[in-house]
Design a protein around this ligand. Structure first.
Ligand code: NAD
Ligand code: MG
Length: 396
């Protein structure tokens, strides 16, 4: 196989690290072009040396000097800030992993897509907020988009493009997260530590909290709607606590095709690295005998109302989807910083989706402006929640 030029946006995160593990396990040669991180300059420098990367970029400029010192004496190029990030995404590459978390990944993702080749997308938030523009840009540039999110990678693997009209439903499976069996009373008291403890997957903080609220599955419904151009009513969510079936597609003849595997991101990452060929995963393999059984449950919309909200947002349009994502990013970080309670996350998101500002969302720039205005509004709402509860406490 010809040498592949590769970049990893968000190389120090959970998906980024798994991507490096998968790349290193292959026999083929890969030239690493750019790797990027937000603040973790130390790991970024180690990765750059290990991979002999051409360039290492730290998004937070405060850590530029640290990175510079750590890479002194090497011929690895370094850069910082949003400009550095975007330039890294623009470096010619055959395959780019988009694994930044949140809307911070939108601009670099667009730049990566515009330069052609293959872009593997883990970074789901830009798809939620700007899915149509992202996929349009890929079409125009002739870029192949490959889904990394385990559910979407599963659907991708069993999706018969030629029989798209015969697809009756896409079933996204959900583990149910750490609070699958918790009462609302218990969830009200949940701490960040409890919410971060996912039963099956080890992931970054933001997606772990999203899994606990099941907002992750809500975002994934919107993600699936864009990636597979499928009507929302054909997308269903089912609880499957073991996370073995990663998702399924049902066809008109009654056949349901599922993709299975261990709960290990190495599999979807290996799949998209090799596509259309199949490489060897360095990760876990499934053991059916040890597993013994697979369980399925209906979703409890009362305890996990985010799912319904995703369908509502899809009906209401793109502004609602951007607001859903932006308010959620703010709410999750406020929860992690102990500013709001666990159940407040949904309350904050719902309020800010309902009372979202109006604005243009026709271009990436406008989407980013709109996203910013929702974030600002959400932050003020959280402050008002805070002062309300302070008033309440004062009265008692
Ligand atoms: P993470 O928090 O572990 O890593 C995020 C990466 O993005 C890090 O390299 C970090 O340095 C970088 N980053 C964060 N903020 C940034 C900013 N403002 N500017 C530039 N870079 C920034 O997250 P993760 O769990 O690896 O998830 C990454 C994305 O993949 C998310 O969108 C998540 O929803 C999606 N995803 C993750 C998993 C998983 O197993 N972790 C599975 C499916 C989808
Ligand atoms: Mg997923």
């Amino acid at each position: 196989m010809a040498v592949k030029n590769i970049s990893i946006l968000g190389s120090t995160g959970s998906v980024g690290k798994s991507t490096i593990k998968v790349i290193q396990a292959q026999k083929d040669n890969y030239n690493i072009q750019a790797i990027t991180a937000n603040t973790n300059w130390k790991l970024l420098a180690e990765q750059a040396i290990l991979l002999k990367a051409k360039r290492a970029v730290i998004a937070d400029e405060n850590y530029f000097e640290d990175l510079k010192k750590a890479l002194a004496g090497t011929d690895i190029e370094i850069a910082a800030g949003e400009k550095g990030l975007v330039e890294a995404a623009a470096m010619p590459a055959d395959w780019i992993m988009a694994a930044i978390v949140g809307m911070a990944g939108l601009k670099p993702l667009m730049v990566a897509i515009e330069q052609g080749g293959v872009v593997a997308i883990a970074n789901k938030e830009p798809l939620v907020a700007a899915g149509a523009l992202v996929l349009d840009a890929a079409k125009k540039a002739g870029t192949i988009i490959l889904p990394v999110d385990s559910e979407h990678n599963a659907v991708f693997q069993v999706f018969e493009t030629d029989n798209k009209k015969s697809i009756e439903r896409i079933i996204l499976t959900a583990s149910g997260g750490p609070f699958r069996k918790h009462s609302l009373e218990d969830m009200a008291k949940a701490t960040p530590e409890q919410a971060l403890a996912h039963p099956n997957w080890s992931m970054g903080d933001k997606i772990s909290i999203d899994s606990a609220t099941m907002m992750n599955k809500a975002l994934e419904i919107i993600e699936a709607r864009h990636l597979f151009d499928i009507e929302p009513h054909k997308i269903e969510v089912m609880i499957h606590p073991q996370s073995v079936i990663h998702s399924m597609v049902e066809y008109s003849d009654g056949s349901i095709l599922a993709q299975m595997g261990a709960s290990d991101m190495s599999t979807p990452i290996t799949n998209v690295l090799g596509y259309p060929t199949r490489l060897k995963t360095p990760g876990q393999k499934l053991d059916f005998i040890q597993m013994k059984r697979l369980d399925f449950e209906a979703l409890d919309e009362e305890r996990f109302p985010s799912i319904r909200l995703a369908y509502d947002c899809l009906k209401e349009g793109q502004e609602a989807c951007i607001a859903l994502n932006a308010a959620n990013e703010i709410a999750v970080s406020s929860f992690l910083n102990h500013k709001i309670a666990f159940l407040d996350i949904y309350k904050v998101v719902l309020n800010n989706v309902k009372n979202r500002p109006s604005g243009l969302v026709d271009t990436i720039e406008n989407i980013l402006l709109y996203d910013k205005s929702v974030r600002k509004q959400t932050e003020s709402y959280i402050v008002s929640l805070d002062s309300n509860s302070a008033n309440m406490a004062a009265k008692h």
